[in-house]
Unconditional design. Structure first.
Length: 175
C-alpha cells in the first residue's frame, strides 16, 4: 500500500520527485509503491514514473502528458478522462484499466498489456500500439484510424463500431 512519505514526495513536485529517484536508486525509488493512491486530478505532467506500482490507483482526470510510465504496473487503475498524450507507456501493464474518455494522442503503448481494458471514448490519434495485447479489451466505437497496431494481439477484443480507416495493422492478430 502507498506510504504517506511517497505521496508527500510526489505532491512536492516534479523536481523533488526526479531528484529523489536519481539520488536514492534503491528499490523504493526505483519502483515506487503508489498502490491504491488517490491521485484524482493530479498534475503529473512529465513525471518519471518508470516501474511504479500504480495498481488500483485513482488517476481520474490526472494530467500525465509526456509522463514516463515505462514498465509501470497500472492494473485495475482508474484513468477515466486522464491526459496521457505523448506519454511513454512502453511495456506497461494496463490489465483491467479504465481508460474511458482518456486522451492517449501520440502515446507509445508498444508492448503494453491492455487485456480487459475499457477504452470506450478514448482518443488514440497517432498512438503507437504495436505488439500491444488487447485480449477482451473494449474498443467499441473507438477511432483507430491513423494508429499503429502492427503485430498487436486483437483476438477477443470488442471492435464493434470501431473506425479502422488508415490503421497500420501489419501482422496484427484479429478476432
Amino acid at each position: 500500500m502507498v506510504s504517506q512519505n511517497t505521496l508527500d514526495l510526489l505532491s512536492s513536485g516534479k523536481v523533488l520527485w526526479q531528484n529523489w529517484r536519481r539520488t536514492y536508486p534503491d528499490v523504493q525509488a526505483f519502483e515506487p509503491d503508489l498502490h491504491g493512491a488517490d491521485l484524482h486530478g493530479a498534475d503529473l505532467c512529465e513525471f518519471d514514473l518508470r516501474g511504479a506500482d500504480l495498481t488500483e490507483a485513482n488517476l481520474q482526470e490526472a494530467n500525465l502528458q509526456n509522463a514516463n510510465l515505462q514498465d509501470a504496473d497500472l492494473r485495475s487503475a482508474d484513468l477515466r478522462n486522464a491526459n496521457l498524450s505523448d506519454a511513454n507507456l512502453l511495456r506497461t501493464n494496463l490489465h483491467r484499466i479504465d481508460l474511458r474518455g482518456a486522451n492517449l494522442c501520440h502515446a507509445n503503448l508498444s508492448g503494453a498489456n491492455l487485456s480487459n481494458a475499457d477504452l470506450r471514448g478514448a482518443d488514440l490519434s497517432g498512438a503507437i500500439l504495436s505488439k500491444a495485447k488487447f485480449d477482451h479489451a473494449n474498443l467499441s466505437q473507438v477511432d483507430l484510424s491513423k494508429v499503429d497496431l502492427s503485430k498487436a494481439d486483437l483476438r477477443r477484443a470488442d471492435l464493434s463500431g470501431a473506425i479502422l480507416g488508415n490503421t497500420k495493422v501489419d501482422q496484427a492478430t484479429s478476432p
